[in-house]
Design a protein around this ligand. Structure first.
Ligand SMILES: [Fe+2]
Length: 204
């Protein structure tokens, strides 16, 4: 097993530890970090072309983690939950996630999943929800996030965004990409989200 996977896991944990957030502290405490590794083939995606820019945009505290991800991007097993039929070609070419740990990730964990989400510029990820509780920490700012029936709000890098079980949420990027860390727990960890919105939210 390449050292890069452990390095990324250590980096993710360390970054969460820098956040002045009870939600983040609780997440770190509740994860059993002693996880067996799982060999996975590299699986690059088109969206990885945005990682170099994301690493440039990341603030100093998040930059080492973003750079690690960007410089080793082709070694990880990236995934997509959606297909072109869901949200169109532009979305698929600008979307992907890396499950670093979880039921499918580079490290096996049946209780919690965690990793990274990439969205390219000009992408709308419409309203969707899932049973698992989700924590997002954007490593790049500028993306608009929406939760429940609220409006879209720009979130800065380092903000901790918590989506409770089955609460709708959506994101839309502006002229820069989004790189975000995520943690899923308390529900099926490989469930496809229920989508209730459309990409037309981006025109609102
Ligand atoms: Fe979500």
């Amino acid at each position: 097993m390449g050292a890069i996977f452990s390095e990324l896991l250590d980096g993710l944990r360390a970054y969460l530890g820098t956040l002045d957030s009870a939600v983040a502290r609780d997440a770190v405490r509740r994860i059993d970090w002693d996880m067996p590794d799982r060999p996975l083939e590299p699986r690059p995606l088109a969206c990885l072309r945005h990682l170099a820019r994301a690493a440039e945009l990341a603030p100093p505290v998040a930059k080492p983690l973003a750079r690690l991800l960007a410089s080793h991007r082709d070694e990880f097993h990236w995934g997509q939950t959606y297909a072109e039929a869901d949200f169109g070609r532009h979305f698929i070419d600008n979307y992907g996630w890396l499950e670093l740990f979880g039921t499918r990730g580079h490290f096996a964990n049946e209780a919690v999943a965690g990793g990274f989400l990439v969205l390219g510029p000009g992408v709308v990820y419409p309203d969707h929800h899932h049973v698992a509780e989700e924590i997002y920490v954007p490593l790049t700012g500028g993306t608009e996030w929406r939760m429940g029936e609220g409006g879209f709000h720009v979130r800065a890098a380092g903000e901790v965004i918590r989506h409770a079980s089955n609460v709708n949420h959506a994101m839309r990027t502006g002229c820069e990409p989004l790189l975000a860390l995520y943690v899923w727990r308390g529900g099926p960890l490989a469930q496809k989200s229920t989508v209730t919105g459309t990409v037309a939210q981006g025109e609102a």
